[in-house]
Design a protein around this ligand. Structure first.
Ligand SMILES: Nc1ncnc2c1ncn2[C@@H]1O[C@H](COP(=O)(O)OP(=O)(O)OP(=O)(O)O)[C@@H](O)[C@H]1O
Ligand SMILES: [Mg+2]
Length: 520
């Protein structure tokens, strides 16, 4: 379906400022529709031929619609739009005339000229007409609520004709404003409540005001409720501003654990300030959900903390068992499991300290590296160095990567520099110091990591593609699976062994927990 702007540009000579004004009307006219118990249709005169085009439509939420089918895009001429023609030409609200029938629905037609005020405050030209069409099939003697709504609707209709409604928009007010059905209060020129809808009465009761609103000075009441009887509160000032004919931004009042959103609108038909309209909505539940989201972050941290504790418990149990088994091979296997579990616990520990599902990874690597050197047989002291920075990594990459690096570092220390008695000849005095270097750099959304040692190199006939025990199996599975990267194991150019790892950082998927894309 075409938009208001498309339709207006295609069929009329309205200027951009006119169309903007029509957009403002369509953005705020649910209020008028609800107060009028009527459908509103926005009609613009089609260039030169006496017909009108409907560019927007809104149905009342307080009454049955007069139109079951969509009117937008209809072009109508002749007697059916005679009332629009009068309103447009004479610039006055048209409301005389007999009911008309739409099929078997009786309706009453009214027409409100839409005037766009010029910058200097002079009343400007009529650029469009709002048709206000009431379904009369359920009409009966109106209740007090209905009478109050209709009176207020007439004031707003006059303000559309004057060009003073809708008020200018306040930036950032994108969330839905309170509606008529949420709660409506009408004030006289002195700021005293002349009418409050039952929902408005209930909303104020939740804030701690139990008596009747009628007769109250609303600005003073807002100040009292906000616990601020002397200074003007925002919500108190907003009421005063509306009484002066201004259109203040929406305000919230917090009291007794409840929150109410208020919107104050000036009522000034024919330019005379006669009071204000205050729409209110109890948004306590909305605010409670906002707060719940903030505590959710804290909960996630707490969960990481507990996962870390549980992993440490698992590691401790395995360590106990390792001490009890007699078979050396079994003991070594259990001790390795302890280290694997402990390395994952490190990631969760770091996650439990950040507010993000992302971790500063350098600290983790350094701790895993120093743990690996402690494993080495006592005679050989292996130096560990990190070159470059991993930066911040998303949790899911970090957990897998720390396990991979743990295995590679352990291998470098264990197999690169075996205990001296296994070596055929003692190392020459000028041999370089045993050292393992982890270097890392980020390149085009990829993490390039190498773990290099200057030890004795891979065994002869070692199958770098498939060879290895559990350690390298874990590495390959994690790198190609979880990390969707590549790993290459080879002899270094100047001796020793080199493991080269490339891990993509842009995963194409968003981070499950934060809903954010991975870092670039
Ligand atoms: N940096 C290295 N220097 C020399 N040899 C290495 C190096 N890394 C791996 N290797 C060789 O590859 C083999 C397989 O390594 P892998 O980690 O899969 O098993 P492992 O270390 O023997 O046992 P585990 O399953 O406990 O890790 C090692 O036994 C070793 O011979
Ligand atoms: Mg190993």
């Amino acid at each position: 379906m075409s938009t208001l702007r498309d339709l207006a540009e295609e069929h009329t000579t309205l200027r951009p400022a006119d169309i903007d004004h029509l957009h403002r009307i369509a953005g705020d006219w649910q209020l008028l529709s609800d107060l009028s118990f009527a459908d509103l249709l926005l009609w613009v005169p089609v260039d030169g031929d006496g017909t009108f085009l409907c560019v927007a439509q809104v149905r009342p939420t307080t009454a049955p619609t007069a139109y079951l089918d969509d009117q937008v895009g209809r072009i109508v001429g002749g007697p059916e739009v005679a009332h629009l023609e009068v309103a447009h030409r004479q610039g006055r609200i048209w409301r005389e005339g007999d009911p008309v029938w739409y099929g078997d629905v009786p309706a009453r037609h009214e027409a409100i000229p839409v005037r766009l005020r010029t910058g200097d405050g002079e009343s400007g030209e009529v650029v469009a007409v709002v048709g206000r069409d009431t379904n009369l099939s359920t009409a009966r003697t109106p209740s007090q609520l209905e009478l109050n709504y209709l009176t207020t609707a007439d004031d707003l209709a006059q303000m559309i004709a004057d060009g003073t409604f809708p008020p200018p928009r306040h930036p950032g007010e994108t969330t839905s404003a309170p509606r008529v059905g949420d709660g409506l209060v009408r004030l006289d020129a002195n700021g005293k409540v002349t009418y409050a809808s039952p929902n408005a009465q209930s909303a104020y009761r939740r804030l701690g005001f139990a008596s009747h609103l009628v007769g109250e000075d609303l600005a003073k009441l807002h100040r009292r409720l906000a616990g601020d009887p002397l200074e003007g509160t925002d919500a108190g000032n907003a009421v005063l501003a509306a009484l002066r004919g201004e259109a203040p931004p929406r305000r919230e009042i917090d009291a007794r654990g409840a929150t109410m959103l208020t919107r104050a609108l000036p009522l000034m038909p024919a330019g005379v300030p006669i009071g204000a309209l205050v729409l209110v909505r109890d948004i306590t539940e909305v605010r409670r959900r906002d707060r719940a989201l903030i505590t959710k972050d804290a909960t996630i941290r707490e969960i990481h903390h507990r996962v870390k504790n549980n992993l440490q418990t698992v590691a401790a149990l395995l360590r106990l068992q390792a001490r009890r088994v007699a078979m050396p091979e079994a003991r070594v296997a259990l001790e390795e499991s302890v280290r694997r579990v402990a390395s994952i616990a490190l990631v969760h520990e770091t996650l439990s300290m950040s507010s993000d599902e992302a971790v500063e990874f350098d600290g983790i690597v350094d701790r895993v590296a120093s743990a690996a050197t402690e494993v080495a047989a006592t005679e050989v002291t292996v130096g560990m160095r990190r070159r470059g920075s991993f930066g911040v990594l998303p949790a899911e990459i970090a957990t897998s990567l720390v396990m991979v690096l743990n295995e590679l570092l352990l291998n470098a220390v264990e197999h690169g520099f075996p205990p001296a008695d296994e070596e055929a000849a003692p190392a020459p005095a000028d041999a370089p110091r045993p050292e393992v270097v982890v270097s890392v750099h980020r390149h085009r959304k990829q993490l390039h990591v190498s773990v290099t040692d200057n030890g004795r190199g891979l065994p002869e006939q070692f199958d770098a593609e498939r060879g290895g025990n559990l350690g390298l199996q874990i590495v390959r599975a994690l790198v190609t699976g979880e990390l969707r990267g590549t790993i290459e194991l080879r002899n270094g150019t100047t001796g020793g062994t080199e493991a080269v790892l490339v891990v993509p950082l842009a995963r194409g998927t968003t981070d499950r927990l934060t809903g954010r894309a991975g870092p670039p």
